[in-house]
Design a protein around this ligand. Structure first.
Ligand SMILES: [Zn+2]
Length: 129
């Protein structure tokens, strides 16, 4: 499994086998931020230092911008294909509510994805010798 697949499926950054999270279910919000302390398979430390995951906010910001751009592009495509009428300046409320709705639905995935990407940046991969 490569690092990209490992990051988007929330696997251990070191061995790509174990889940980063105690509860793999996405929409159980009370368990959303519960990371395992370490990997049960390879022993990699998932909490290298206190506050390690604060940096994931930068990743989250990037993913949020990407989500809003994707919503805008989707709405423009729907307009071109004649499915609905949409213009960025003529239908700002449509854009606003579509963006907010998409962000809310994707929130649990994006929250975990940003932490997973952050972990994959800073927790070293174990290579077989
Ligand atoms: Zn591991």
């Amino acid at each position: 499994m490569n690092t990209f697949i490992s990051a988007i499926t929330f696997k251990c950054p070191a061995c790509h086998q174990e889940s980063l999270y105690e509860n793999p279910a996405l929409y159980t919000l009370k368990d959303l931020s519960k990371n395992k302390k370490c990997c049960n398979n390879c022993g990699a430390d998932f909490q290298p230092e206190p506050g390690f995951y604060f940096g994931a906010a930068y990743v989250s910001w990037g993913l949020t911008v990407a989500t809003w751009v994707a919503v805008l592009v989707a709405l423009k495509c729907f307009d071109w294909w004649g499915w609905m009428e949409f213009g960025f300046l003529t239908h700002p409320v449509t854009f606003l509510f579509s963006g907010i709705g998409t962000s809310l639905v994707l929130f649990p995935y994006m929250f975990r994805l940003s932490r997973s990407i952050w972990a994959h940046f800073f927790i070293a991969e174990k290579t077989e010798e």
